[in-house]
Ligand binder design. Structure first.
Ligand SMILES: Nc1ncnc2c1ncn2[C@@H]1O[C@H](COP(=O)(O)OP(=O)(O)O)[C@@H](O)[C@H]1O
Ligand SMILES: Nc1ccn([C@H]2C[C@H](O)[C@@H](COP(=O)(O)OP(=O)(O)O)O2)c(=O)n1
Length: 203
């Protein structure tokens, strides 16, 4: 059984997926962490983030460890996870995610994972797991999402909102909801309310 949870930045995908996965007793996988890992390694290597031939050789020892408690991304024996959510990575990840060669690499990592699992990202229900029986797509207004992000990163809310809106625009190509996905506006709901909405759907 595969559950896909897609949506725009800061809509609650990771938190909701973790809650749903823990309730179901299955792992969840955050596909965005792989794009973030490619971006981080590219930045650290001084590589051109728009050049897949410069990025792919950096990925030979990268692996995603999906745990019910949270995902970890390793580069050989180096845990990258703590460095993946930063404004620096946010600034480059859409460039990396636009590369077909990188998307193929990420998709292969994801499809190699055993079911059951909860998979979250932008295109889990459309491209990576199109036959998944349960698909959800989370939304919220840019302002609501910026206010949520601001609680994690003490930055100016209008600046965060502008950055999220720009990343939404850059990610448009791969971010459309699957036609058979249930769309949930998470703005009026608590985090637990979104989790319960999905769990009720799965019963
Ligand atoms: N429905 C909600 N109500 C309030 N806060 C939420 C809700 N969903 C998520 N959050 C919080 O918003 C922040 C961003 O959520 P996250 O799961 O990281 O989103 P995404 O993975 O879509 O970027 C986190 O701090 C999370 O706890
Ligand atoms: N399946 C995916 C997941 C993420 N991406 C891209 C789009 C996002 O800007 C980056 C980072 O994704 P991530 O889910 O970590 O970002 P947010 O938590 O939504 O801020 O990767 C993608 O193109 N396809």
């Amino acid at each position: 059984m595969i559950v896909t949870i897609d949506g725009v930045a800061a809509s609650g995908k990771s938190s909701v997926s973790s809650g749903v996965a823990q309730a179901l007793g299955v792992p969840y996988v955050s596909s965005g962490l792989l794009y973030r890992a490619v971006t981080l390694l590219g930045l650290n290597a001084g590589a051109d983030l728009a050049d897949p031939s410069a990025l792919l050789p950096l990925l030979s020892a990268v692996r995603l460890e999906p745990l019910a408690s949270g995902n970890r991304v390793w580069n050989a024996d180096h845990d990258l996870t703590a460095d993946l959510h930063s404004t620096r990575v946010d600034g480059g990840v859409s460039t990396v995610a636009a590369l077909p060669e990188i998307r193929e690499w990420v998709d292969a990592q994801l499809r190699a994972l055993p079911a059951p699992l909860v998979a979250e990202g932008r295109d889990m229900g459309t491209n990576v797991f199109p036959h998944a029986p349960h698909k959800f797509y989370l939304t919220a207004s840019p302002r609501v999402r910026a206010e949520r992000r601001a609680r994690e990163r003490p930055e100016d809310i209008p600046a965060i909102e502008a950055a999220l809106t720009e990343r939404d625009r850059q990610d448009t190509t791969q971010s459309a909801p699957a036609p058979d996905a249930r769309i949930i506006d998470t703005g009026p709901l608590t985090l637990q309310g979104v989790i319960d909405t999905i769990l009720n759907d799965l019963r």
